[in-house]
Design a protein around this ligand. Structure first.
Ligand code: F6R
Length: 258
């Protein structure tokens, strides 16, 4: 893993954006995997700035990581809405080339299998953007998820529902179920770009990157992937045993985001 600790989330976002631009420069019709949540927001803002400077993402294909089950796609907190608002519009993606898991299908697991097949038919995900939950989840693969799991319906933990209640009127409004790319699906992506910011992520980040590989910490599956870049701000990296090494990597980036 290429673990880089930077002074700030803004610096991390700029480096992440350069990484994304670099990956798709030679493959303008490539496939990007999109996370929602707070972590990638600065990265998407930095990518929007790259677009204003001439980067063109209009031919990319995109697959979102997850979606809630049972909320209308036009609900402001559905991941359909968030992806459209935070990514498709500011980055100039073609909405017809962007897919989000179907949380309203009659046969959710069938639709989830079709989703995995669509990723395969697109040639696989070239670069998957990821965040890490405070309980170590990745996508909405909560603790206990098989490290070989595929896209499927899953139950959110109370901790995740409480964490995401900030986006809803109340805890009870946060859906109890979701559709998420599986850990196995995520590990199939050719490259993973993980972002985490803030001291509230420090424990999960240390468990994921330096702890045992275990379904108890789904993000520990990152250790099984050969091409992972992890961009952390100083607070999110603060519990890492090898913090000095990762800070040194951040201070001496030869080719930022490589
Ligand atoms: C989002 C997702 C989640 C988040 C994680 C962190 O699509 O799948 O795994 O990345 O919950 O959320 P934030 O970034 O809001 O702290």
């Amino acid at each position: 893993m290429d673990i880089v600790v930077l002074d700030s989330a803004e610096q991390s976002a700029d480096i992440g954006a350069e990484r994304v631009v670099e990956v798709f420069r030679d493959q303008p019709e490539g496939v990007i995997g999109l996370a929602t949540g707070s972590s990638p927001q600065p990265l998407y803002a930095a990518l929007a700035a790259q677009v204003r400077d001439g980067a063109d993402f209009s031919r990319l294909r995109a697959f979102a990581l997850d979606e809630y089950v049972g909320i209308p796609v036009d609900h402001p907190e559905s991941y359909h809405s968030i992806i459209r608002r935070d990514v498709v519009e500011p980055l100039g993606l073609d909405a017809s080339r962007v897919r989000v898991p179907d949380g309203l299908a009659d046969d959710i697991d069938g639709a989830a299998r079709v989703y995995d097949e669509a990723i395969g038919s697109a040639g696989g995900i070239d670069l998957q953007i990821l965040g890490i939950g405070t309980n170590g989840h990745m996508g909405f693969n909560e603790p206990g998820s098989s490290l070989t799991s595929r896209t499927r319906r899953a139950r959110l933990t109370e901790a995740t529902r409480r964490a995401n209640a900030r986006f809803f009127d109340s805890y009870d409004d946060v859906p109890e179920f979701c559709v998420t790319q599986g850990i196995g699906t995520i590990l199939d992506a050719k490259r993973l770009l993980v972002v985490a910011n803030g001291v509230h992520k420090a424990r999960a980040v240390a468990a994921a990157l330096e702890g045992d590989v275990s379904a108890a910490c789904p993000a520990s599956a990152l250790q099984l992937h050969p091409r992972v870049t992890v961009l952390l701000d100083a607070a999110a990296g603060s519990s890492l045993r090898s913090l000095e090494h990762y800070r040194h990597a951040g201070a001496h980036l030869i080719s930022p985001g490589r």
